[in-house]
Each structure stands twice: as C-alpha cells, then as structure tokens.
Write a protein that binds this ligand. Structure first.
Ligand SMILES: Cc1cc2nc3c(=O)[nH]c(=O)nc-3n(C[C@H](O)[C@H](O)[C@H](O)COP(=O)(O)OP(=O)(O)OC[C@H]3O[C@@H](n4cnc5c(N)ncnc54)[C@H](O)[C@@H]3O)c2cc1C
Length: 455
C-alpha cells in the first residue's frame, strides 16, 4: 500500500521534500503538496535582484513548475490552505482559497513547510497605497512596478536587516533617493556593533549622498490621502516619500501547528528533533517554520534561511521514507551585498558569544584579499572570535569589496570540525596572487589571536 504523504507549503522546504521523495526509489508513496499561493518552488532570495532589474523576467525565479512535479507523480494543489490538523485522526482540513470549500485529506505522514511571513510593526496608516512588504513574487513585481513608475523619485525602507539592505541596493542602483530607518542603534544587528558601523559607513560612502540611513529611531506613522506621501518617526523626523518597503523582520507561520498541540520553541517556531520530527507522531516540519539547533551556542535559535530550509527538507524526506538521516544544526552562516561590498558571517559574534558565557578573544584586521600588486585586489575586514579557554573558533565576520564570503565558508567548515585556533592557522589554503595573499587574511587573523593567547 502506498504511504500517503501530505506536505503543507510550497516555496523551498516543501518542494525539497517532494523532490527528494520522488527520487527515493524504494519508497512507495502518494505525495500531495498544498499551498495557499498560486505558484510553488520560487526563489524569494532572488527578489531583490529582480527588483533591481538584474533579473528582468519574474519567471526566472521559479525553480520548478507544478507540471514538472506532476509529470513525476506528485500532486500539487495551488490556492489550498491548510486550516486545521487533526493529529489523532491523521487528517488535515484544506480550504480552497478561491471557493472557500473545505475538504478532509487523510495522511500517513504529514510535513509542515509553512515558512514565515513579514511582521508589520505598529505604524499608523499601514493601509495607505504604495507600502509594501517583500516575501512573494507578486510583492517583487508590485515593488518594481512602483519603483519604475515615472512619479517615483524617493523611497523609505523600514528596517535595516539583510532584506532591507538588499532592497536599499536595488533602489540605489535604480537612482531612487532612499532613506533607511532602523530602530536599533545599528543596521545589520546580526554583526558586532563596530562591524555594523563599518558597514553603514561604507554603504554611505559608496552611495555618494544618494542614500540616507537613520538608526535609533522608529517610524510611527505614515501620512497621505490615498497613497503614502511622508513618514513620521518617533524622534519627529518627517520624511517625504513616494513608496515604502517594510523589512522589519519575519515571524513563523505556526498557528495551525500550535492549535494541533505541536510544540513550539524559540520565536514560536516549531521544535523538531534532528530527524525533523515534531512532538506528534507522523508529523514532520522543515524550513522557516522550525527553530534551529545552534552548533556553537548549543542552544535553540530561530535563523530562517533558504540554505537551511533545503537541507532540512532533504532530511525530513529521508526520515519520512523510513530511512535515517540527522540534521546536526546550524551556524547561521549568511551573506549579502551592497553594490559589490560583501557582508558575511558565521557562528557567533563576540557579543553573542559573551551572552552565552564564553570567555572570548578576538582579532580584527583589514587586509587585501589578493596580492596587493594585483589590479583586482580589494580590502576585506575580518573579525575572528575564539574561546580563550578551549581555543575553539566560535565565529567570524568578514566584510569588504574583496572575496569576503569564501573566507567565511572556510571558517564555517573549521567550526563544524571543532578546530582550535592553533589547528586552524596551519590550514593548507591555496595561494596565487590573483586569488589570495601568501598568508591568507584569515590565517593572519588567526595568528593575531594566537599571539594574544600565548603572549
Ligand atoms: C527578499 C528575501 C531575500 C532572501 N534572501 C535569502 C538569501 O540570500 N539566503 C538565504 O539563505 N535565505 C534568504 N531568504 C530567506 C528564504 O527565502 C527563506 O528562508 C525560504 O524561502 C524558506 O522557505 P520555506 O519553504 O521554509 O518557507 P516560505 O518561503 O515561507 O514558504 C512557505 C509557504 O507555505 C505557505 N503556507 C503557509 N501556511 C500555509 C497553510 N496553512 N496552508 C498552505 N500553505 C501555507 C506560504 O504561503 C508559503 O508559500 C530571503 C527571503 C526574502 C524574503
């Protein structure tokens, strides 16, 4: 008898589970994927580059179409929202979002991949036209249409996280005068504050006055007749604008999980074990709707990323098919860019590490990413953080116009293999002038830490 697998959610984790199950030869299953959207399997990560115009056609963001899955035997149900899970009966209630009709669907194994949605802060007049959030393909289309309309000269971005920065880049490259407002004292607060300050200074320098960034102030109201015309901040700034993008964070879509008695953890994301099983038998979860185990802090965290959603989806599918796979956890490795300036990190920042009780030691250095005489050499600043007692590497941040992210990936690998600074600085990294320096900047940062430990 075929195992009935029902998957809820169709962007990254849901399609990944589907694709992996379809590739699993010795597992006889019937796959039904339900999504409330009218499309599946798209790259939300690509939306800023679509808005920018680097990708002209939104169809290019689609990874796989429903027909491709259907041809392989999976059933894809668009415009169908799961409104209730009945775990005892192994039933989900699915509502057609166009007709309102509700049907009961039986499952043997259920996978929740319901993801996350943007948070709307408590700002007056959120209903005004030309105020956008960015999550779905249609959001990207709406933002770009407005940005490209002849009456749009100015924009405001609410929130200075990585999505806010990517939207800032898109507007800047389209010659839109843009003002970013961040209520924290720093933009990109996932970095240590002095690195965030460097990032802000660099973005402002590169943008030559076309971009403004306000920190430590919050938007409290939008004003305008029908369309947004200006924003008011808590500190009394009045900023004229033609459009607004709110990028002030996301929250997991876990209401149906909670109602079914599924245990939630950090930030209300679903708690799963390393096989992506929830506390309820035969119910799995993967992607942005789940919390993550952090490999350095050894605590749970909620770090919703597409890279993780894909790995978790694969792991869930393997376990659903009756085999064994374990997802160890995350380092929160992330990267973004602003007009050629890369910002990347992995593991814990020094601030976070201190919060988790580590006795930290760190080094920060700015160096050319390639031999200084090479025309393509650019600066990168690396901050490496280690634990004084164990000498284990805890995290790294790397920013600059040079190859910062490849250094971060190297550190991620070192952290996951539990390396100490002594071991790390003997790493046999590649060198030739167009690629690196004879002593890679990363190893120089490790040497600096070592010198401090043994001084
Ligand atoms: C602008 C932007 C840029 C990003 N850039 C990056 C990046 O560079 N790198 C990176 O790693 N990550 C990035 N991300 C994050 C990445 O897109 C997400 O981590 C990823 O989409 C998570 O996939 P998911 O399938 O878990 O959830 P989601 O993408 O949130 O998809 C969940 C789907 O489930 C549907 N759904 C929810 N509830 C129900 C229900 N009850 N019934 C039916 N359907 C339901 C939702 O409508 C949605 O379609 C970016 C995100 C955005 C918005």
């Amino acid at each position: 008898m075929k195992t009935k697998v029902v998957i809820i959610g169709g962007v990254a984790a849901g399609p990944k589970i589907t694709a992996k199950l379809l590739r699993t030869k010795d597992f006889d299953c019937e796959i039904n994927l339900y999504t409330e959207e009218d499309m599946i399997s798209y790259s939300a990560c690509g939306l800023p580059y679509f808005v920018e115009g680097l990708i002209e056609n939104p169809q290019r963001l689609i990874v796989r179409r429903p027909e491709q899955f259907e041809e392989q035997g999976a059933h894809i149900h668009l415009n169908k929202r799961c409104i209730k899970i009945l775990p005892e009966e192994h039933i989900v209630l699915i509502q057609d979002t166009l007709t309102g009709i509700v049907e009961e669907v039986q499952y043997d194994k259920l996978a929740l991949a319901t993801g996350a949605r943007p948070v709307l802060p408590p700002i007056k007049n959120l209903h005004l036209k030309n105020i956008f959030t960015v999550r779905k393909v249609q959001d990207g289309i709406n933002i770009r249409n407005k940005m490209r309309s002849s009456d749009t000269k100015k924009a405001v971005i609410v929130g200075g996280g990585y999505i806010g920065i990517e939207m800032l880049e898109a507007f800047y490259l389209n010659n839109i005068e843009t003002h970013m407002i961040e209520m924290n004292d720093y933009i990109l607060p996932i970095f240590d504050s002095e690195i965030s300050e460097m990032i802000k200074a660099e973005i402002l320098r590169m943008s030559e006055g076309k971009v403004k960034i306000t920190t430590s102030d919050a938007v409290i109201a939008f004003e305008g007749e029908e369309c947004v015309k200006r924003i008011i901040t808590a500190k009394g700034q009045i900023i004229e604008t033609d459009m607004v993008v709110i990028a002030s964070g996301v929250t997991p879509n876990t209401e149906i999980a909670r109602a079914a008695g599924i245990e939630l953890g950090v930030s209300n994301a679903i708690r799963v074990n390393n096989r992506m099983q929830t506390n309820i038998k035969d119910i799995y979860a993967a992607g942005d709707c789940t919390e993550n185990f952090h490999l350095v802090s050894k605590n749970y965290a909620w770090i919703p990323l597409g890279s993780t959603a894909n790995k978790e989806g694969r792991c869930a599918a393997i376990n659903i098919s009756g085999k064994y796979d374990a997802f160890p956890g995350v380092l929160g490795s992330a990267v973004t860019r602003y007009d050629g300036f890369t910002m990347s990190l992995t593991g814990l920042t020094e601030t976070e590490a201190k919060k988790f009780g580590f006795d930290t030691i760190s080094s920060t250095m700015t160096k050319k990413d390639k031999a200084g005489y090479m025309p393509s050499a650019e600066n990168i600043t690396i901050k490496l953080v280690a634990d004084k007692r164990s000498k284990k590497i805890l995290g790294a941040q790397a920013i600059g116009c040079g190859d910062a992210d490849k250094r971060i990936n190297t550190v991620a690998s070192a952290i996951q293999s539990d390396q100490t600074v002594d071991e790390f600085l003997h790493l046999d990294m590649t060198y030739a002038p167009p690629f690196s320096t004879a002593v890679d900047p990363l190893l120089s940062a490790a040497l600096l830490i070592n010198n401090q430990i043994y001084s």
